[in-house]
Design a protein around this ligand. Structure first.
Ligand code: IMP
Length: 433
């Protein structure tokens, strides 16, 4: 059975969790393949609003197995808090949630280092979520990280390893003028949670291949977005993981031929949190209006998101990289009710019009958007179940995206609730509720 991959098409916060939640009707397993507690996924169900950071949002379904893949960096204390919150709301993931023994651990010194390094960059800071993600992946690539498998050791061994790691971390903190952590305290905290965490830790690469062989339908849930990818994003204003299709393979251990379908999630406009170029950004009142209409504030940090019109140049780049089979377009309701809607069709760079996304950050920073305006439609007109019932102007907007991006738009989200979704692919069998 081929796996489905969900990838953020823009700068993250595209509304992936709602699409994942919807697709869970057709899947048995959901795997997060990268990132960590920097992600914030909000799902609204009949039981209320759920905010996920590390646990894959698909676990809201009792029949679904959730996996935190080897490509992730996991903060175990925050993970236990998330679990506690789920349990207190009647959702039991016991026996159906697994954590890769090869996933990296975000250590307390990573978070401090993240903030010290950001402060050191002054005006050039990345705008990190401050969750320790960059330093944790840094340790992974320097081969000095700790993996979740350490929780499978006995408490004494775990204590000794963590203590030694914190002492090494303290040396790094010292270089940046940070206060040392008590290695004994951190080591005993880890030993204290060992039994709570270890019951979830397994070789998930083995598990995923076994489930695949059993015919289980697997969904890979990406976090962040293509333009924040460590290799293909707007480096260095990126996150530290592979948020694109390549990360789905390395972050789970699945092979390329195991992937059957790649779905790109795009918001009907663009947003970005943190720093770095964003050519179609709206700096003035228009940007503020989009932010307020779309409630564009970070799930993880509460920071206001920068807003802009849909960027087709960046969109085509995202399509090329990820090879989407389909697009899920979210938050159409946010731009419904506006008099005019713009699309960024090209950039102007040094007086020349360009249509491909520049790799050079300094070029990208100089790019000015070329906008084309399309007429808007009223908000009430999209409260329908079928694409054919949409107002003609909304259909034209979506069809224009399809022709520019060369990918069909199969899902259109018209509001946060599950039923506020219009489906254009007859292959999907899910229940709108
Ligand atoms: P970090 O991943 O916390 O180091 O942050 C690096 C950059 O990625 C910053 O610009 C963050 O705002 C951005 N970022 C990290 N996680 C998310 C996310 O889940 N959604 C949107 N932006 C994110």
């Amino acid at each position: 059975m081929s796996a489905t991959v969900i990838v953020g098409g823009q700068w993250g916060d595209e509304g992936k969790a709602k699409v994942v939640d919807f697709l869970m009707h057709d899947h048995d397993v959901v795997i997060r393949f990268q990132g960590g507690a920097n992600a914030g996924h909000t799902v609204v169900t009949d039981a209320g609003r759920f905010a996920f950071h590390q646990i894959p949002s698909g676990v809201l379904y009792a029949s679904v197995t959730g996996i935190l893949g080897n490509g992730m960096v996991i903060e175990p204390f925050a993970l236990l808090d998330e679990l506690k919150e789920l349990t207190s709301r009647g959702i039991d993931v016991g026996g159906r949630m697994f954590i890769s023994s090869a996933a990296q651990i975000v250590m307390p010194y990573h978070r401090i280092l993240d903030n010290l390094m950001e402060a050191d960059l002054k005006g050039q800071s990345i705008g990190s979520t401050g969750k320790g993600i960059g330093p944790a992946y840094g340790d992974k690539h320097m081969r000095s990280g700790l993996r979740m498998g350490v929780f499978l050791l006995d408490k004494e061994e775990l204590y000794d390893i963590v203590k030694a790691k914190v002492e090494a971390g303290n040396r790094l903190l010292g270089l940046l003028g940070g206060p040392p952590l008590s290695s004994e305290k951190v080591a005993s905290d880890f030993a204290r949670i060992r039994d709570l965490v270890s019951r979830f830790v397994v070789d998930t690469q083995e598990l995923v291949h076994t489930m695949k062989a059993q015919g289980k339908r697997i969904l890979l849930e990406g976090a962040q977005g293509t333009l924040l990818d460590i290799d293909h994003g707007t480096y260095p204003f990126v996150t530290s993981s592979s948020c694109t299709i390549g990360g789905a393979l390395t972050g789970t251990g699945l092979a390329a031929r195991d992937i059957g379908r790649v779905i790109g999630i795009f918001k009907s406009y663009v947003t970005r949190v943190g720093n770095g170029p964003m050519p179609s950004e709206l700096a003035g009142a228009e940007g503020v209006e989009l932010r307020e209409r779309g409630k564009e504030y970070g799930t993880t940090t509460g920071r206001p998101r920068r807003c802009g019109w849909f960027d087709l140049v960046a969109g085509r780049y995202s399509v090329r990289l990820n090879g989407y089979d389909e697009i899920a377009l979210t938050k159409l309701d946010v731009i419904s009710g506006l008099r005019g809607i713009k699309l960024c069709t090209a950039y102007e760079l040094n007086g020349k019009r360009i249509v491909s996304f520049p790799q050079s950050l300094s070029d990208l920073a100089k790019c000015r958007p070329v906008f084309e305006e399309m007429p808007g439609w009223s908000a009430g007109e999209i409260r329908v179940d079928q694409f054919s019932e949409f107002p003609v102007r909304a259909r034209r907007f979506i069809e224009r995206l399809e022709s520019e991006l060369g990918v069909p738009v199969s899902f259109i989200s018209t509001g946060p609730a599950r039923e506020e979704t219009v489906i254009r692919n007859a292959a999907y069998s899910f229940d709108r509720k």
